[in-house]
Write a protein that binds this ligand. Structure first.
Ligand SMILES: Cc1ncc(COP(=O)(O)O)c(C=O)c1O
Length: 388
């Protein structure tokens, strides 16, 4: 009997998850700089004290936790507390929907973008190098991807984003990361964001802000400043937010897709469109992570901010140690913020590091600095230098 299964392509394993699985299988003593997870000094995923408090609170009141279907747009407390994190006290309205992590938020917003910009070929500019999943998620949402160069001579540049925008003579989306850029760690500076938001006013475009690292560069409100700049520039703005990193609840798959709007009517309309999209995709997102984030934000916000401060300081200290112990050729790639840097290593050097030194990195040389114990950074640098 002919099987249509045979029409399927041979799947390629996700390169990042594949190397992460190799690192996991290689035992506890390897140096694992693969997946973007914030590890403690023992190499285990960190659980934030504020999140522990929230889970304890949730357990104490478990009889009130609903196991029923949630509203399609998610738990109201979760949506309102995260919306406040995005826009603070600004005089705007936020339409929103809970999602399965930041990836789910992106998938929802890309579908909303398609509904807004029409059924034909909907263009989206994706500055690259990008988070490894940006291009696949855009592709599966049926968008026409236009890649623009994010780096010029190793420095962040907006030139190619604007050049690419000029070549697209129809409304388009622009996917920008808000901070702690994945994979480079290098962000647009204040001057560049001011210039970019001013220039974008000349185009018919929707800005999609991917905000996966709020609180990893600076205080959460400071990190959200690009959202404020887009609002001030009156750009149509969508935000995809993730709780994976800044609440350290990766597996609970918790995120929010949001649209910054100017009226209650517009909010009602977009909330409704979000619920239509999610219903046709996978229905409502899981609620346990939403409940935790809502408790953290409403009851343990001070502790959460302290947790993030400690996480930021540790990441900065590790980055500093890498800078001090690696040669000049590495300095520019380590100039950024957050979990990641793209080390200037060839695929051959990355492979040598794996085979000879038991240091696991993806082939493009991206390192998750937050995954390496501080006490092993010196040892890592010696191994990297040996591999050159
Ligand atoms: C830039 C960026 N966006 C989105 C995500 C996805 O986040 P989540 O794991 O919550 O789906 C990540 C995760 O690494 C990321 O780096």
């Amino acid at each position: 009997m002919y099987s249509f299964f045979s029409t399927l392509p041979t799947p390629k394993p996700d390169p990042l998850f594949a190397i992460a699985a190799e690192a996991q299988a290689a035992g506890p003593n390897v140096i694992n700089g693969t997946l973007g997870i914030y590890m403690d000094e023992d190499g285990k995923p960190l659980v934030l004290p504020s999140v522990k408090f929230a889970i304890a609170e949730l357990q104490r009141n478990l009889q009130h936790f609903s196991y029923s279907y949630p509203p399609l747009n998610g738990l109201p407390d979760f949506r309102s507390s995260v919306s406040s994190l995005l826009v603070g006290t600004r005089n705007v309205h936020v339409a929103s929907i809970a999602s399965t992590g930041g990836t789910g938020a992106l998938a929802l917003n890309l579908r909303l973008l398609r509904m807004m910009l029409g059924d034909g070929d909907v263009p989206i500019i994706v500055p690259t190098p990008a988070w490894a999943n940006h291009l696949p998620v855009c592709k599966w949402a049926g968008l026409a991807v236009h890649e623009a160069q994010y780096l010029e001579n190793g420095k962040v540049s907006i030139s190619d984003i604007l050049e690419t925008a000029k070549k697209i003579n129809k409304p388009f989306g622009l996917l920008l990361q808000v901070g702690c850029h994945n994979p480079t760690g290098l962000d647009l500076d204040q001057k560049q964001t001011a210039e970019l938001t001013a220039e974008l006013q000349k185009f018919s475009c929707v800005v999609l802000l991917d905000f996966a690292y709020q609180g990893f560069k600076d205080e959460p409100e400071t990190d959200a400043s690009l959202i404020g700049q887009c609002i001030d520039a009156r750009l149509t703005t969508l935000v995809t937010w993730s709780a994976s990193k800044n609440h350290s609840i990766y597996g609970l798959r918790t995120g929010l897709a949001a649209a910054i709007v100017s009226s209650v009517e517009e909010k009602k309309n977009i909330d409704g469109n979000y619920s239509t999209i999610t219903r046709g995709l996978h229905s409502a997102a899981p609620t346990f992570g939403q409940a935790i984030v809502a408790i953290v934000q409403n009851k343990f916000s001070k502790q959460w901010r302290e947790d993030l401060r400690a996480a930021r300081l540790l990441m900065q200290r590790k980055r500093e140690l890498l800078k001090q112990n690696l040669p000049d050729s590495f300095q520019r790639s380590l100039a950024g913020y957050g979990m990641f840097a793209m080390l200037p290593l060839s695929p051959d050097q990355v492979l040598r590091l794996k085979v000879e030194e038991k240091v696991f990195l993806p082939l493009d040389g991206r390192i998750n600095i937050a995954g390496i114990p501080e006490k092993r950074i010196g040892e890592l640098c010696v191994k990297i230098i040996k591999s050159l």
